[in-house]
Design a protein around this ligand. Structure first.
Ligand SMILES: [Mn+2]
Length: 361
């Protein structure tokens, strides 16, 4: 038996590992929010669900306290959406936030209408075209809508530079492509002739696995955080919750807030490199550090629909970290000696987090 004890050193390591680029997750890592039967893929006929939570930090503006981003979560229909009203309209006295908010509330109405009509099927392409045709506000907006289908695949539509990543076992395995006309001018939905239409949306169909973490955001997130920083924030939230709460799982909302707060921090940092700085350089423009913007983050876990049913709290705790045979109890991580590859990865990960851990064999 090998035991890693949670100590003050552990806390210090977690603190230190907050620095960007100082990755403590080298090599394969276990899924952050693993489930029993981890790795189950779509199309197997087993029912999956999305468990989602969000955080929105509008940029500081007394005249527009709501900012220009908008989003929705339909927990029951496993559907989420984000939109980012294009800021350039402010020059003409138009608040694009009005457009993005209408677009998202019309999207949510469309989800409910579709459900009423079809029983269970939610089609993001239809949501977007429905919502677009009903949105009459002035302005324009990017949009990204994601649903988990009955076939347990992720089905998404994306217009512009909002988007999502899929994190599997601590690594980004997919990132939705950005659509832009030119640097810093994303595809955008709007009613005037110069804007794009829902038919311009990139349609994405992806298989997902139990334990995947989907991070959806506006450019306020993706311009200020590299994928590696998002991955590490997700994994750290998972491990800290596991250690602090006897095997607990952080709420998706809590993880979304941690990501958004780091994006906010980076947005004010004029010294560190950011994705926006890299993009600017590639476009031949000079920009240092982060980009101050509205920041929207939605975090969705892919879970078994019946995951919590029939689980005693004890069993629930055992299943944390997606590695059966690994338990967190009273701040102590216990692992079985005869373990497979993934379990070994979990051990090495924990030993990096807890370098002074006592080990027993
Ligand atoms: Mn933005």
């Amino acid at each position: 038996m090998l035991v890693a004890t949670s100590t003050k050193a552990n806390e210090e390591v977690l603190q230190r590992s907050r620095a960007p680029y100082n990755s403590c997750f080298n090599g394969a890592a276990p899924s952050a929010f693993p489930r029993d039967r981890e790795g189950e893929i779509c199309g197997t006929g087993k029912s999956l669900k999305l468990n989602s939570g969000s955080c929105y930090i509008p940029k500081d503006n007394v005249k527009k306290p709501q900012g220009e981003d908008a989003h929705f979560i339909s927990q029951d229909e496993c559907t989420v959406g984000v939109a980012d009203g294009v800021g350039g309209w402010a020059k003409c006295g138009i608040d694009s936030g009005e457009y993005s908010r209408q677009l998202m509330s019309n999207s949510l109405i469309s989800v409910q209408n579709q459900l009423h009509q079809t029983g269970s099927v939610v089609d993001p392409e239809r949501i977007l075209s429905d919502a677009y045709s009903k949105t009459k506000a002035q302005g324009s907006s990017t949009a990204c809508i994601i649903t988990l289908t009955d076939q347990q695949c992720l089905h998404a539509v994306n217009v512009g530079d909002s988007g999502f990543i899929i994190i599997r076992k601590g690594r980004t395995v997919y990132r939705s492509p950005v659509q832009q006309h030119y640097f810093n001018c994303p595809y955008q939905l709007g009613n005037d002739k110069k804007r794009d239409r829902p038919t311009s949306a990139k349609v994405i169909k992806m298989e997902v696995k139990v334990g995947d973490v989907i991070v959806v955001g506006t450019d306020g997130l993706f311009d200020n955080m590299f994928e590696r920083e998002i991955e590490e924030t997700v994994m750290k939230a998972a491990y800290e919750a596991a250690i602090a709460d006897d095997g607990g799982v952080p709420e998706p909302r809590e993880v979304a807030c941690r990501i958004a707060e780091l994006a906010l921090y980076n947005s004010f940092d004029v010294h560190s490199a950011t994705p926006f700085q890299v993009e600017s350089e590639m476009a031949g423009k000079k920009h240092r550090g982060g980009k101050i913007d509205d920041i929207t983050v939605i975090v969705s876990y892919v879970q078994q629909a019946d995951f919590w049913q029939g689980y005693s709290p004890h069993k629930k705790n055992q299943s944390i970290l997606g590695v059966s045979g690994l338990q967190v109890k009273n701040g102590t991580v216990t692992m079985n000696k005869s373990m497979g590859f993934m379990k070994q990865c979990a051990i090495s990960l924990f030993l990096q987090l807890v370098p002074k851990a006592k080990t027993y064999t």
